[in-house]
Design a protein around this ligand. Structure first.
Ligand code: SAM
Length: 255
């Protein structure tokens, strides 16, 4: 059995009791290595293993294939597809080679595996290829989106209204989606909110949520606030070498 375990968005205490139990019963952990800038993320994973895994567990590092991040938007999907199938090659190899009969393996996934994470899609691809036989199960985790809402002490939706979760790339290409009052933006390397000032939107922004470096900014999204968030973001990124941020944009009409 392969467990795909959501570990929360940075605070090890976000791990569910159930996930901690599954970790305690797992034989082999597959740690996907995304390079040094993100090694702090693996430090969180290692801390969780030190606390909850059995003394007999093993860790197998899976080198993440390089990804073409230079692809312009039209080429983005094929670039991801190619990277995903190379990642499937790596998963197939470790599942086939590193688990003895009857042993269980696990992937520790940041936040919740259901949200902007490729582990489940990659495992499906490996399973469909049929070269290695395995079953898999998912343990939900607390996402960065849940953490953002909690830290700002707000809900994600307004009464009876929809909420959309999308990417910075989509916001940059198409602006704010129509018909939605609340939009959560993830994976935004280019601060798409800076192009959305003057619309009377309210922004709830958070970086390094759930960690000791957590930064929160909230307010009416005018040029001053957009500039302030950009500056705070740039300084934090320079200090730590990487950043993960998420924000909620709320339309005023429904407020
Ligand atoms: C590949 S997605 C993974 C999302 C993850 N599965 C989840 O449930 O939060 C990475 C994006 O999640 C967001 N993110 C993840 N952890 C975060 C954190 N601790 N603080 C702020 N944003 C975070 C950022 O938008 C980042 O670009």
């Amino acid at each position: 059995m392969i467990h795909v375990i959501g570990i929360g968005a940075g605070d090890p205490e976000q791990l569910t009791v159930r996930a901690a139990r599954v970790i305690g019963r797992t034989d082999v952990f597959f740690l996907v290595d995304k390079g040094s800038a993100k090694s702090q993320l693996n430090e969180v994973r290692e801390g969780i293993l030190a606390e909850h895994a059995s003394g007999a567990h093993r860790v197998v590092v899976v080198r993440d294939p390089d990804r073409d991040r230079t692809a312009a938007t039209p080429g983005y999907a094929p670039a991801v597809g190619d990277w995903r199938s190379r990642r499937a090659d790596a998963f197939e190899r470790v599942i086939g080679e590193e688990l003895a009969d009857g042993q269980s393996g696990a992937f520790l996934v940041w936040g919740d595996p259901a949200l902007y994470d490729s582990t489940l899609a990659v495992l499906e691809e490996v399973h469909a290829r049929g070269a290695v036989a395995f079953d898999w199960a998912v343990e939900p985790g607390i996402s960065s989106v849940s953490t953002l809402a909690a830290r700002h002490r707000t809900g994600l939706n307004q009464v009876g209204r929809p909420v959309q979760i999308t990417t910075g790339r989509r916001i940059a290409d198409g602006g704010l989606p129509a018909g939605v009052d609340d939009v959560v933006v993830m994976l935004d390397a280019h601060q798409g909110f800076t192009a959305l000032t003057g619309l009377g939107l309210h922004i709830y922004w958070g970086a390094y949520l759930g960690t000791e470096d957590e930064i929160l900014v909230e307010g009416l999204l005018d040029e001053d606030l957009a500039l302030r968030i950009s500056e705070v973001r740039a300084q934090a990124r320079a200090r730590k070498g990487w950043i993960m941020d998420t924000y909620l944009l709320r339309r005023p009409a429904a407020r």
